[in-house]
Design a protein around this ligand. Sequence first.
Ligand SMILES: NC(=O)c1ccc[n+]([C@@H]2O[C@H](COP(=O)([O-])OP(=O)(O)OC[C@H]3O[C@@H](n4cnc5c(N)ncnc54)[C@H](OP(=O)(O)O)[C@@H]3O)[C@@H](O)[C@H]2O)c1
Length: 175
Amino acid sequence: MKITLVMVSSIDGRFTRGNESDIHLWSSKEDNDHFTRLRDTHSLIVMGSGTYVAIRETLHLSEDKLRVVLTTNPKKYINKSVENQLEFSNETPKKLVEHLSKRGYKKMLLVGGPRLASSFFAFHLVNELYLTIEPKIFGKGNTFTSKTIIDADLKFMSVKKLNKKGTLLFRYSVH
Ligand SMILES: NC(=O)c1ccc[n+]([C@@H]2O[C@H](COP(=O)([O-])OP(=O)(O)OC[C@H]3O[C@@H](n4cnc5c(N)ncnc54)[C@H](OP(=O)(O)O)[C@@H]3O)[C@@H](O)[C@H]2O)c1
């Protein structure tokens, strides 16, 4: 399974602006276009429950896309679950990847948030990272945090300037 993580950050490494949950209030249209392109080329999307809660009002389910939400309490979301479209799981990232591989999925797009991303990095499961840096500084907001030590080696692949104000899209491979 090829696992790609896509995230957008401020210059000071914040994945949210303070306590706001909607990242589209500060991320650029060009970053959103890039995200949409990636999302449209993946039939398997995995997110943490924090991200699901932030986007659930605007989430459009479809038969050709499975979204999996990781949570320690899947029962809480039982009435939202739609088989093969929106599933809730408390499997470890490793078990989840094994199980979804057996179901025939070849690639996975991880769309955050930071806690989920940290847990996949801790298991050395991320193969590729798209990181957009918006030219902003927030001071407060969610960072890449984890109770587990992460020791990931990344290799720079490319950088692209997405707009005039200098939003940068980095691509890394992860070893
Ligand atoms: N800047 C970006 O690129 C970006 C991307 C996505 C989201 N966000 C923003 O980030 C915010 C959410 O942040 P967050 O840190 O709460 O993010 P999150 O990673 O979406 O959610 C964390 C929650 O997901 C569950 N979870 C994560 N990893 C798990 C694992 N391995 N096993 C079981 N459960 C796991 C836990 O849920 P339970 O508490 O339910 O057990 C945990 O509390 C939102 O405001 C969202 O808009 C930013």
